[in-house]
Design a binder for this molecule. Structure first.
Ligand code: NAP
Length: 488
C-alpha cells in the first residue's frame, strides 16, 4: 500500500485546461484538510472567473472533434479508464479517506461503485440510437436521431468525491459532450487525480477540464451565462440547486439536478426485524450518514418500535469511531466542525421537544470533527430533525399506527429522493411503490444505488436521472427530420 505522503505527492494541484495542468490566474491557493485531524494535506490552485471561462473555451474548442469521434472509440477510452481505476483502486480509496474521512473499506466500495459508471457508459456509448419510419399520412419519412447536447458544466459535492464525478463525466463523454468539472472545495483531490487517469486512458486534450475554486458562485455564474455552454448538471443541496436553476433559465440551458433528500425508512409490524436492522445500519451509517440517500426518518410501527430501537442501539454502540485509515473503524469524522455543530443542534432541538436519547448525542472532543453515533426514539412532530437533512450518524425513530399514517408521515416533506420499506406483505409493498412520493425505493433493502439504475428524485430532490438507460439521455438532444416520400 502506498504511503499517504507518496500518494499526495502524485495528485495534480493545478487546473486542467485544454489538456495542460496550469496555475490559476488568481494567484490564490486552496488548502485541503483531513477532517479526522484538521491538518492541511494539500494546497491547490484557486481558479478565478477568467480561468473558468478559459476552461469553457477549451471544452467548446474540443466539442466538434469529440462529437465526431466514433462512439466505439469514446467507449473504449471509458473502458480503458475503468481498467486503470481497478489498478489504482487502493490509491483512490486512500485519497478519498484522506480528504473526506470515510472509512477505507467504504472508500473501496465507492471505487467499485464509481467505476461502474465508466463501465456502464462505455457500453452505452455504442447504443445511442434513433428511428426511421413512414409518417401516418404516408406522404413522407420521419427520422429521429440523437446528437450530443454540447459543452457541459458539471458541479459535484464533497460527500462521494469519485462516484459523483464519474456519474456525470461518464455519460457526458459517452454521449459525445465535452465538459468542465468543478468539484467541491472541500474534496477536490479525487477529481484532480481522476482527470489525470482519464488522460492516461487516452482522453484527448480539452474534452475534460477541471477547475477548483473557493469562489464557486463567482466562477460559475459567467460560465452558466456563456452561450457556448449547453448543459448544466449539478449534484448538491436543494438551495444551491434553486439558485443554479434560476441562472440556467437565462439561456434556457438543459439541466440535471440531483439535490437533497429526507429519506423515510418505514418498518411495518410484519417486517423481518433482523433484515430491517441490517438495512437500517446501511441506510443510515454508510458514509457516516452523509449521503443524500441516508435514511433521515425511521417510521416504525408502534408495536415494534421499542424492539427495533433496542436492536439498533446494540448495533450502534458496537460501531468503532476513528480515523478512516484505522482497522475496524466504521464511523469516521464528519466533513468539518460546521457539520458537527449542525448535527448537535438538530439532536438538541429534538430532545428539547420530547425525543428520548437512547445512545450517543454528543460530539467527541479533540482534534478532528467527530460526532457520536446517536439513536433518538419518540421524535415528535415539529422537530427540525424531521424536516432537515441530518447529514450525520443520527437515527430518529417516529412511531406510526397504520399504513395510511406511515405514508402520510413519509410524504410529509418537500423532498422526494428515496424511501425504504420493510414488510413481508407483497401487496402492501406494491401499494407503497405507488403511494410514496420518491424517485427511488428500497423494498426490503437498505441501499439502492447502482450504475445500471436511474438515480434521481421527485419534488424538490431534483430533475433528471443519472445512470441506467436514462443517464445518457441527459446529454443528448433529440432531432426529428421529415423528408418527402422517396417514391412520390
Ligand atoms: P452544496 O453546498 O450545494 O455544494 C455542491 C456543489 O456546488 C459544490 O461543488 C459547491 O462548491 C458548489 N456550489 C455551492 N454554491 C454554488 C454556487 N453559488 N454556484 C455554483 N456552485 C456552487 O452541497 P454539498 O454540501 O457539497 O453536498 C451535500 C448536498 O448534496 C446534500 O444536500 C446532499 O443531499 C446533496 N447530494 C445529492 C445527491 C443526489 O444524487 N441527489 C448526491 C450527493 C449529495 P463549493 O463547495 O466549492 O462551494
Amino acid at each position: 500500500m502506498i504511503s499517504e505522503t507518496d500518494l499526495l505527492a502524485k495528485v495534480p494541484t493545478k487546473l486542467l485546461i485544454g489538456g495542460e495542468w496550469v496555475p490559476s490566474t488568481s494567484g490564490r491557493a486552496i488548502e485541503v484538510h483531513d477532517p479526522s485531524t484538521g491538518l492541511v494535506i494539500a494546497t491547490i490552485a484557486d481558479a478565478s472567473p477568467e480561468d473558468g471561462l478559459e476552461a469553457l473555451a477549451a471544452a467548446s474548442d474540443a466539442q466538434k472533434s469529440w462529437a465526431s469521434t466514433a462512439p466505439r472509440k469514446r467507449g473504449e477510452i471509458l473502458r480503458g479508464a475503468f481498467d486503470l481505476l481497478q489498478e489504482r483502486a487502493d490509491e483512490f480509496a486512500l485519497l478519498m479517506t484522506l480528504e473526506m474521512g470515510k472509512p477505507l473499506a467504504e472508500a473501496r466500495g465507492e471505487v467499485t461503485y464509481g467505476g461502474e459508471f465508466l463501465r456502464w457508459f462505455s457500453e452505452e456509448a455504442v447504443r445511442i440510437s434513433g428511428r426511421y419510419g413512414v409518417n401516418p399520412e404516408g406522404t413522407g419519412r420521419m427520422i429521429v436521431t440523437q446528437l450530443p447536447v454540447g459543452p457541459s458544466y458539471l458541479i459535484t459535492p464533497w460527500n462521494f468525491p469519485l462516484a459523483m464525478a464519474t456519474r456525470k463525466i461518464s455519460p457526458a463523454l459517452a454521449a459525445g459532450c465535452t465538459a468542465v468539472v468543478k468539484p467541491a472545495e472541500l474534496t477536490p483531490l479525487t477529481t484532480l487525480y481522476f482527470a489525470q487517469l482519464l488522460m492516461d486512458a487516452g482522453l484527448p486534450a480539452g474534452v475534460l477540464n477541471v477547475i477548483t475554486t473557493s469562489t464557486s458562485g463567482e466562477v460559475s455564474e459567467p460560465i452558466i451565462a456563456d452561450p457556448r455552454l449547453r448543459k448544466l448538471s449539478f449534484t448538491g443541496s436543494t438551495p444551491v440547486g434553486r439558485t443554479l436553476l434560476k441562472q440556467a433559465s437565462e439561456n434556457v440551458l438543459r439541466t440535471s439536478m440531483e439535490l437533497g433528500g429526507n429519506a423515510p425508512f418505514i418498518v411495518f409490524e410484519d417486517a423481518d426485524l433482523d433484515a430491517a436492522v441490517d438495512g437500517a445500519m446501511l441506510a443510515k451509517f454508510r458514509n457516516i450518514g452523509q449521503a443524500c440517500t441516508a435514511a433521515n426518518r425511521f417510521i416504525v410501527h408502534e408495536s415494534v418500535a421499542d424492539a427495533f430501537a433496542a436492536r439498533l442501539v446494540a448495533r450502534v454502540e458496537s460501531l468503532k469511531v476513528g480515523r478512516g485509515t484505522e482497522d475496524g473503524v466504521a464511523i469516521g469524522p464528519l466533513i468539518n466542525d460546521k457539520a458537527v455543530d449542525k448535527a448537535a443542534a438538530l439532536v438538541d432541538d429534538a430532545v428539547a421537544r420530547g425525543a428520548v436519547l437512547e445512545t450517543g448525542g454528543s460530539r467527541i472532543e479533540g482534534s478532528g470533527s467527530f460526532y457520536r453515533p446517536t439513536v433518538l426514539s419518540g421524535v415528535t412532530a415539529g422537530s427540525d430533525i424531521l424536516r432537515e437533512e441530518i447529514f450525520g450518524p443520527v437515527v430518529t425513530i417516529v412511531p406510526f399506527t397504520d399504513e395510511a399514517d406511515a405514508v402520510a408521515k413519509a410524504n410529509d416533506t418537500e423532498y422526494g429522493l428515496v424511501s425504504y420499506v420493510f414488510t413481508r406483505d407483497l401487496a402492501r409493498g406494491q401499494r407503497l411503490i405507488e403511494t410514496l412520493e420518491t424517485g427511488m425505493m428500497g423494498l426490503n433493502v437498505g441501499v439502492v444505488s447502482n450504475a445500471a439504475a436511474p438515480f434521481g428524485g421527485m419534488k424538490q430532490s431534483g430533475v433528471g436521472r443519472e445512470g441506467g438507460l436514462e443517464g445518457i439521455h441527459e446529454y443528448l438532444e433529440t432531432k426529428y427530420v421529415l423528408t418527402p416520400d422517396p417514391f412520390a
